[in-house]
Write a protein that binds this ligand. Structure first.
Ligand code: FRU
Length: 326
């Protein structure tokens, strides 16, 4: 049996190979460390659907009070999430969605809007052929569909711009390379590459560079991380023309999970803000994010110092008890 006021939050994370998800986990852990009553259990599914289903089952078996899930793919993860929800466990879906309505709340940026933002940017800045190559994320995951949908909703109203080819990527840059080489050989006058995340945008840039086309093409990505190869730095280096910020929402997810545990009514759809980042505001965004990183670092060090003190206190107390009673 669980003690009173001990809250177990289980998070089924899709994978942790990329920095975007590493940051999500990190900010969730930092938020959790501010609540001593919270035990956060993170299961990493290594981008494997079967593993993610097992992970969620094991979290349920460990008597979690709230379940957070970032599903690899919508459809196959839906039944196990439904099972949790039917058991009465509050379920928070983050970033990628499931099918149907069997969850308590969703948290993430509006991916349709992200697609529209990227398209509006390209439409406004296009000055050449207006030909675009689109690179999508993993088809079975909702952001890929939504970022594509929003993009096409805008593009179709502008006769001067058109998507001449679409590459089915899988969110990782390896999936981009061979198909892009072929397409660029066929359409040498392409003006823009819209990749649904920055990792694939970087992959596309590398292909273009290997063909001597990196200055002729313009690249727009999504994510906008402030890491050495993250979107903000790629924009600052001039490799990407723009990226659309896609916040991970790690700390917001934990806060929401706590509210859900406490039985508060939370909105079903919780939106994280997004913004287009290009050379005009990349530095500003970088500074803002550096500040957040610094604050997280300070919180983290303070928490560690407290743990050390607690450990020392326990040893001293045990010593004292030993002296007094033996
Ligand atoms: C990280 C990631 C991001 C992308 C998101 C979509 O694993 O691929 O780059 O924005 O997932 O769910």
């Amino acid at each position: 049996r669980q003690e009173k006021d001990h809250i177990r939050i289980g998070f089924s994370q899709a994978m942790t190979t990329d920095e975007w998800r590493q940051q999500m986990d990190k900010s969730m852990k930092i938020e959790a460390s501010l609540h001593p009553e919270v035990e956060l259990m993170i299961a990493d599914a290594h981008n494997d659907v079967a593993t993610q289903i097992q992970d969620i089952q094991s979290l349920l078996d460990s008597d979690i009070n709230v379940l957070i899930v970032s599903p690899i793919a919508s459809e196959p993860i839906t039944p196990i999430v439904k099972k949790a929800y039917k058991k009465g466990i509050p379920v928070l879906i983050v970033d990628r969605k499931i099918e149907g309505e069997s969850y308590t709340a969703y948290l993430g940026a509006d991916n349709i809007e992200i697609g529209r933002t990227a398209a509006n940017y390209i439409v406004a800045n296009q000055s050449g052929s207006g030909k675009i190559i689109e690179i999508t994320g993993l088809k079975e995951s909702s952001p890929a569909y939504e970022r594509g949908l929003g993009f096409s909703q805008i593009i179709r109203d502008y006769p001067k711009v058109s998507v001449v080819a679409t590459i089915d990527g899988d969110w990782e840059k390896g999936s981009v390379k061979e198909p892009l080489k072929k397409i660029l050989a066929e359409f040498p006058d392409v003006e823009y590459v819209y990749a649904q995340n920055d990792r694939m945008a970087l992959g596309a840039w590398e292909v273009a560079q290997s063909m001597g086309l990196e200055h002729q093409l313009k690249f727009v990505g999504v994510d906008g991380l402030n890491t050495p190869n993250g979107g903000i730095q790629l924009v600052k280096k001039g490799m990407l023309e723009a990226t659309v910020l896609y916040p991970t929402g790690g700390n917001e997810a934990l806060k929401l999970a706590l509210q859900m545990y406490q039985g508060e009514t939370v909105p079903r759809r919780n939106l994280l803000n997004s913004i287009i980042i290009n050379k005009m505001n990349a530095e500003l965004m970088e500074n803002q994010m550096d500040k957040i990183d610094q604050q997280q670092y300070i919180i983290d060090s303070q928490q560690q110092a407290i743990r050390v003190q607690e450990a020392q206190y326990t040893t001293q107390r045990n010593l004292l008890f030993g002296l007094l009673f033996f």
